[in-house]
Write a protein that binds this ligand. Structure first.
Ligand code: HEC
Length: 104
């Protein structure tokens, strides 16, 4: 006879996977999110190209810029208006905080 349904150990494994053993702080998660920015803005936001650097800029300025990209208030953006929409405001604030604390 073929058993139907999901075996209990599978459910347990899924539950375990969904819950990281050690809760990550917002700072740790912000570092992960910020890694997605480094391909254009440089490692830890220290840009080596014409893309503006983010490291060491004021958190409020970075956050405002990100919100303006996301809302469309910034009309000159070429890519950031698309990217910023992929993050919640809280995530944008957290990455703004992360980059503000990096050495220029
Ligand atoms: C595909 C390349 C690319 C990626 C990835 C990228 N950016 Fe940008 N970013 C740009 C470009 C280009 C600009 C200039 C504005 C524009 O043309 O959109 C910019 C501008 C900015 C600015 C304004 C900086 C200033 O001083 O004017 C901020 C803040 C910013 N990006 C944050 C981020 C964050 C945070 C991430 C990651 C979540 C990120 N960017 C990912 C290319 C990128």
């Amino acid at each position: 006879m073929i058993k139907r349904g999901v075996p209990a150990f599978t459910l347990l494994a899924l539950a375990a996977a969904a819950q990281p053993a050690v809760a990550q702080s917002v700072e740790e998660r912000a570092r992960d999110w910020a890694a997605a920015c480094s391909s254009c803005h440089g490692f830890e936001g220290r840009s080596a190209s014409e893309v503006p650097g983010l490291a060491g800029k004021a958190k409020a300025d970075l956050y405002r810029a990100l919100l303006d990209f996301k809302s469309g208030a910034n009309k000159t953006a070429t890519v950031m208006h698309q990217l910023a929409r992929g993050y919640s405001d809280a995530q944008l604030e957290a990455v703004a905080d992360f980059f503000s604390k990096q050495k220029r």
